[in-house]
Design a protein around this ligand. Structure first.
Ligand code: RTP
Ligand code: MG
Length: 140
């Protein structure tokens, strides 16, 4: 199996509670390597474009407000089956439905403030990585 890459975001609820190291340890323990990482405070336009697929959903406005409410950490994770593997260790969107031991079950505050984002397909991972990172910023 070839190495795969996925885009990860540590969301504002995670940076606010100083949880970035604890969450990064989860990725590394699961065999995912952080091959790019930067802290950023997203603009409204950046967050709206990133979550464009959810534009028609009732939670879109709140989601964008939440994502720009504080700094985030943008990351590229690399490993075998990285997209699926990362979604497994993140757990379900709603932390009350996430499996015990997952990042969201352990750290998330709510269905919205759920600590992490992970790309949902290799195709979207490529688009999302290119949205935030130049090729030279990724060091595998
Ligand atoms: P993500 O894209 O952030 O990795 O999360 P996901 O695939 O598990 O969930 P998705 O359906 O793509 O939703 C994106 C983010 O929107 C917020 N959300 N709020 N209030 C609500 O009902 C609701 N539903 C989703 C969450 O922050 C979710 O991660
Ligand atoms: Mg999603």
């Amino acid at each position: 199996m070839a190495l795969e890459r996925t885009l990860s975001i540590l969301k504002p609820d995670a940076t606010r509670r100083n949880l970035t190291g604890k969450i990064n340890a989860r990725f590394e323990e699961a065999g995912l390597r952080i091959v790019a990482q930067k802290r950023a405070w997203l603009s409204q336009a950046q967050a709206e474009k990133f979550y464009e697929v959810h534009k028609a959903r009732p939670f879109f406005g709140e989601l964008v407000s939440f994502m720009i409410s504080g700094p985030v950490v943008l990351q590229v994770l690399e490993g075998e089956n990285a997209v699926t593997r990362n979604r497994e260790i993140m757990g379900a969107t709603d932390p009350s439905k996430a499996e015990p031991g997952t990042i969201r079950r352990e750290f998330a505050e709510s269905i919205e403030a759920n600590s992490v984002h992970g790309s949902d397909s290799p195709e979207n991972a490529a688009i999302e990585i290119a949205y935030f990172f130049a090729g030279t910023e990724i060091v595998g």
